[in-house]
Structure formats: structure tokens, C-alpha cells
Design a protein around this ligand. Structure first.
Ligand SMILES: *Cc1c(COP(=O)(O)O)cnc(C)c1O
Length: 424
């Protein structure tokens, strides 16, 4: 079954009660049982069923099953937000004294989280790019996880998942990838050796920009060494489900960052058009990036500069990107995602371009059906230090574009007009 067919006809996209084609919204907090004994069994995981929505809910379960099937994992756990998913995926295996190796170009919220974890004794060591060469020298006996994003946002660097996973496994360390920007449309990270996949499903999976949520998917293959991960010791009997069993019975349910049933429903609705949207979004993003690249070359020629005028564009599959070969191979030629960045010479010019756009909305989100723009340096990265910003590729003249499903012709016209008016 191909990707979009699977979204509609996969094993987990089953018909629900009364032939409902979508999971009914179980908007309840608790579930009652005929007998006290029956409730006891459900509570103690000795019988299937639901007891309390923080611990499990049929609508949330339907969403988790669909994502799990799509990613090819063994289990998925939905969370109230992408940040909750990132946080809990890590806290499930970390303890004071442990070290994380992560990319410095991570999503701003994740960088902030690693800052928060310092006071709990968890240290993060950063690499500019999540690659074998940069990670290897930082690995020591305290390293408990390697964490990276598939397509950095806004640096737009691409992780070579296979090689990083091989290095991680050779050292007995799991690789957790935040696959939000790539989506299951571009890649199934488990096939490349990733151990845990997290998504901010607020973005492309939901697709309509109508609810915040996240999900943790377990590939089920990592061999948890009980010496290295003492918390996993009592979950060894769960075999390939050990990580998820610990998560569900521990930090996830106790932190209480559960997904609301209504939001799970909205995600299932959105998920069914993920293939259609991503196909369009990737085609639009590439077309727009190529047009802006052409404009930049034209300006350089016109002004007699050899290269490197004040207009430039970055997109993973552009020939100019150092990652274009990797992106084309790893994403099977399906595209380079929805995000491109444009540099226009100064913050003032960036604001002028953004304010001249007819269609793109100024908003801090990605993965909406609408095209969105933002100036990361003054918004998402405003809490970051100068060095952090530089390491994340957040320049003062940089605009991040999250491309939507509008007609490419309109988008190209809109951006061309705004850019040529401001950048000369
Ligand atoms: C948005 C985002 C997050 C955080 O997700 P929320 O749903 O906003 O909490 C994490 N990682 C990446 C790559 C994101 O884009």
C-alpha cells in the first residue's frame, strides 16, 4: 500500500462503532465498569479497556495507532504538545549525571528545555551538525542519548540518520529523532536505524493549525542495557515494548501531559490528507526557492558582484545547499520539506519584505495549510544568546517561510514582488 492509500485504508484506519469512518470523540474523563473487579483489572493492565483519560482514551488511542502504523513502530504515546513529547521521550531514560548529545540548530523550545534540565543534573553537549564526525569525540560513559532533528529549523541542515544511528548503537546509545519537519511523508526514520521518533503533531500531522499536540513513537529495536539504563531494569519483561511500558506507567502518566480527545480527533482528520498536503507543499517550496535563487543570481549579475549579494535563499534540495544530495537520497526525491529561509541584507529589509507580502501570514508556526513567515532572531530565538543564534543559523536578516498549499504561481508572484521592491 502506498503512503496516501495507507492513510485511509491502513490496518488501523478501521471503521468504528456504527460504521463511523472516523473515531468518535470520547469526550469523557472516566470510564465505568459493571463490577469492581472489572475496573481493577483494567486499572492494573490485566484486561484491555480505559479507566481515565489521562491514562488512556479511545479517540487518543485511535490517533496513536494510526501514527504507529504509519511510522512502522511498535507503540506510540500521544502528548499534550510537541514539547511534552520531546521532554518525556528524554526523561523516560535520563537521570541526574547523564549527558545528551544534541544539535545546536535544534528547535528553540528544545534548546530552552535542555537549559532547564541542567538544574536536574542533565547536561547537554552540542554539536554544530548532528554527524558522526562531530558526535564521536563527545561520547563518553555518561552519554545516554543522541538527539537530533531530521531537517534543522531554521538552519535547514539534514541529518544522515543511518550513519548517526550506527555510531550511536556501536556505543550502546539510542538515537531519538524529532521528525516534525520531515513528516512520515518524507521518511520513516526507523528504517534508517532511529530508535525513538517524536513529532510535534501540532504541525504537519494536524495540518490545519487547529490544535497543539505531540507524539512519541517507539521503534522497539533498541537493546536497553540495564546497567546503563537502570530505570529500564524492571521493564525488561516487556521485551520490545520496554521503553513504552516504562513511559506509560511512569513519567508520561505522572506528568499528566496527555492529549485531549478532541485534539486527537482533529489530528486524525488532518492526518488523512498528510500525503496530499506534503506533495503540494514540497512542490511549492521547491518552486519558490528556485525562483528566489534565480532572482538572487540575476541581482548579482546585474550589480556586477560575482556572488553573495544581500539576497540569498536556503532550501535542502537546492543545488546550493550542502545537503542536497543527502536530502534527495534520504527523502527519496519526494522533496525537502516545507521550510525555506531567505536572507535579505538587514532586519529592516526583512520586516519590509514580510510586511509587503499579500498572502503569507506573520505567525510563529509551521505546517499550516497557509504560508507563514517569521523573523526568527526577534521572536523564536529572542531568548537565545548571540552564540546560540549564530550556531543555529539565525541571522538578523533571515526570514523563515513555512510554505502552504496555495497555488505556486500566486506565492511566487507575491514573494518576487515583495523582494524586488525591497532588495535591490
Ligand atoms: C513546534 C516544534 C516543537 C514543539 O512542538 P509544540 O507542539 O509547539 O509543543 C518541537 N520540535 C519541532 C521541530 C517543532 O517544529
Amino acid at each position: 500500500m502506498e503512503f496516501s492509500t495507507k492513510l485511509l485504508h491502513g490496518k488501523e484506519a478501521k471503521e468504528y462503532q456504527n460504521g463511523a469512518t472516523l473515531p468518535p470523540i470520547s469526550q469523557v474523563s472516566a470510564f465505568s465498569y459493571e463490577s469492581s473487579e472489572a475496573l481493577e483489572k483494567v486499572f492494573q493492565n490485566r484486561a484491555p479497556g480505559f479507566a481515565y483519560t489521562r491514562i488512556g482514551n479511545p479517540t487518543v488511542d485511535a490517533f496513536e495507532r494510526r501514527i504507529c502504523e504509519l511510522e512502522g513502530g511498535v507503540s506510540a504515546v500521544a502528548c499534550s504538545s510537541g514539547m511534552a513529547a520531546v521532554t518525556l521521550s528524554l526523561l523516560n531514560i535520563l537521570q541526574a549525571g547523564d549527558e545528551v548529545i544534541a544539535g545546536s540548530g535544534l528547535f528553540g523550545g528544545t534548546i530552552d528545555l535542555f537549559g532547564d534540565l541542567k538544574s536536574y543534573g542533565i547536561t547537554t553537549r552540542y554539536v554544530q551538525h548532528v554527524s558522526v564526525q562531530e558526535i564521536e569525540p563527545l561520547i563518553n560513559e555518561k552519554t545516554k542519548v543522541i538527539f537530533g532533528e531530521l531537517i534543522g529549523n531554521p538552519a535547514l541542515d539534514v541529518m544522515d540518520v543511518r550513519s548517526v544511528a550506527e555510531l550511536a548503537h556501536a556505543n550502546g546509545i539510542p538515537l531519538i529523532v524529532d521528525a516534525t519537519t520531515a513528516t512520515p511523508y518524507l521518511i520513516h526514520p526507523f528504517e534508517y536505524g532511529a530508535d525513538i521518533v517524536v513529532h510535534s503533531s501540532s504541525k504537519y500531522i494536524n495540518g490545519g493549525g487547529n490544535s497543539i499536540s505531540g507524539i512519541i513513537v517507539d521503534g522497539g529495536k533498541f537493546k536497553w542495557d540495564a546497567e546503563r539504563y537502570p530505570g529500564m531494569k524492571s521493564y525488561r519483561s516487556y521485551g520490545s515494548l520496554a521503553y513504552t511500558a516504562k513511559l506509560r506507567n511512569g513519567i508520561w502518566r505522572n506528568m499528566g501531559a496527555c492529549l485531549a480527545p478532541m485534539n486527537a480527533f482533529l489530528n486524525v482528520v488532518g492526518l488523512e490528507t498528510l500525503g496530499l498536503r506534503m506533495e503540494r507543499i514540497c512542490a511549492n517550496a521547491r518552486a519558490l526557492a528556485e525562483e528566489i535563487a534565480r532572482l538572487a543570481r540575476e541581482q548579482d549579475e546585474h550589480s556586477g558582484r560575482s556572488k553573495g549579494g544581500c539576497l540569498s535563499v536556503n532550501y535542502p534540495t537546492l543545488n546550493e545547499s550542502p545537503y542536497h544530495v543527502l536530502a534527495e537520497n534520504q527523502f527519496g526525491g519526494k522533496g525537502g520539506g516545507a521550510i525555506l529561509t531567505v536572507r535579505v541584507g538587514s532586519k529592516e529589509k526583512a520586516y519590509q519584505v514580510m510586511d509587503s507580502l499579500k498572502y503569507a501570514k506573520k505567525a510563529t508556526n509551521i505546517g499550516d495549510v497557509r504560508t507563514l513567515v517569521i523573523h526568527p532572531a526577534s521572536t523564536i530565538y529572542v531568548h537565545a544568546s548571540e552564540e546560540q543564534r549564530a550556531a543555529a543559523g539565525v541571522y538578523d536578516d533571515l526570514i523563515r517561510v513555512s510554505v502552504g498549499i496555495e497555488d505556486a504561481k500566486d506565492l511566487i508572484e507575491d514573494f518576487t514582488n515583495a523582494i524586488t521592491m525591497v532588495v535591490k
